[in-house]
Design a protein around this ligand. Structure first.
Ligand code: N2P
Length: 342
């Protein structure tokens, strides 16, 4: 009797600690782009797995990078663009993936894999891809808009929305000047400065979260936005036309990756593999019509979705961003100065 009395509480204690370990494990801290991961997808994952998802968002890679560095092990899964993943790999901030847990990776178009940001495909899984281009309200703007210079004409003063993204702004100026977008030095930035100084004062709205809103409201007539935003506008009204800038345009591949310090790596793998299911990925495309790199999901999209010229644009001069090291800080300082009128 004595022995049993002694063992019972021990057994209970063990049971309690197992339960708390299990409930702690049933969590996933997801840090992703705003307007990119449907709540229905997150809810579907929780319903199926019992894993609660804490979802926080950001609107630029630079915000993600600084919060990831500051936040220690706060995040289990992040969603950088290609070049930001490249930075994180260089800084040893990402954990290698266990590919044996990612059985649905076979659904991804191989041309999106093993790209320069992750040449061996060890750290990242493509989520969505896209471009940054011009959207024009053709009911209002009757002149042809082919490139960045056409957007920032004096005639469009105060009628423009652009992404609130320093690297993007500098890239548009570099393209306009015929300069390379991935080798950025002081000389190039000195040439960019007067161009951007002129441009930023023509902008009415800087918005990376939902630049479509200012266009829908009629607050502006044209903009430079993420392709998925332009695709949503096109779905609402065909007057919103998407143009890949003639000077050249940024193409991004946004990926899923697990921080080295993540506490719930297994759950992160489960979420990645869930997103890679064609039926789930199709839901992402329905809400956020970017370029879906999941070939099996693409087979499930409607002809209208596949015909959206912003989601699946005709080929143009497209380039991805690379890790530019310290120049990223120079870009931030330049654009911050210009926006404050310096
Ligand atoms: C989603 C933003 C998408 C992607 N709101 C930028 N790489």
């Amino acid at each position: 009797m004595k022995l049993v009395r002694f063992l019972l509480p021990l057994g209970l204690a063990a049971a309690v600690s197992t339960v708390s370990a299990a409930s702690k494990k049933q969590e996933l801290n997801l840090f992703g782009w705003s307007e990119y991961v449907p709540q229905a997808v997150i809810d579907g994952f929780t319903a199926e797995t019992g894993i609660r998802v804490n979802f926080e968002t950001y609107a630029s890679n630079e915000e993600l990078l600084s919060k990831l560095v500051a936040g220690g092990g706060a995040y289990d899964l992040v969603q950088p663009s290609d070049y930001a993943a490249e930075v994180m790999i260089r800084q040893k901030l990402l954990a290698p993936l266990d590919l044996s847990q990612l059985t649905n990776l076979k659904n991804i178009d191989p041309s999106f894999l093993k790209r320069p940001h992750d040449p061996e495909g060890r750290y990242t899984v493509p989520y969505m891809a896209g471009t940054v281009g011009i959207v024009v309200n053709t009911d209002v703007i009757k002149t042809p808009i082919k490139g960045y210079r056409d957007v920032f004409q004096p005639a469009h003063q105060g009628r423009i929305v652009v992404l609130n993204d320093n690297r993007e702004l500098v890239t548009w100026a570099l393209y306009t000047l015929g300069l390379p977008i991935n080798t950025i030095n002081a000389e190039a930035l000195a040439k960019v400065r007067p161009v951007l100084a002129d441009w930023v004062q023509r902008v009415k709205v800087f918005d990376s979260d939902s630049p479509k809103t200012a266009l829908l409201n009629g607050d502006v007539d044209l903009g430079i936005v993420w392709s998925g935003e332009a695709a949503i506008l096109w779905n609402q009204d065909k007057k919103f036309q998407y143009v890949i800038p003639a000077e050249g345009a940024h193409q991004f591949i946004d990926v899923l990756a697990i921080p080295a310090a993540a506490k719930n790596k297994e759950n992160a793998h489960k979420f990645i593999n869930y997103i890679l299911r064609p039926q789930v990925s199709k839901l992402v495309s329905a809400d956020f019509p970017y370029t879906n790199p999941n070939l099996e999901a693409r087979k499930l999209l409607s002809p209208e979705e596949l015909a959206n010229p912003a989601s699946y644009p005709p080929a143009g001069k497209l380039e991805t961003f690379r890790d530019i090291g310290r120049a990223a800080g120079d870009i931030d300082r330049l654009v911050t100065d210009l926006k404050s009128g310096l």
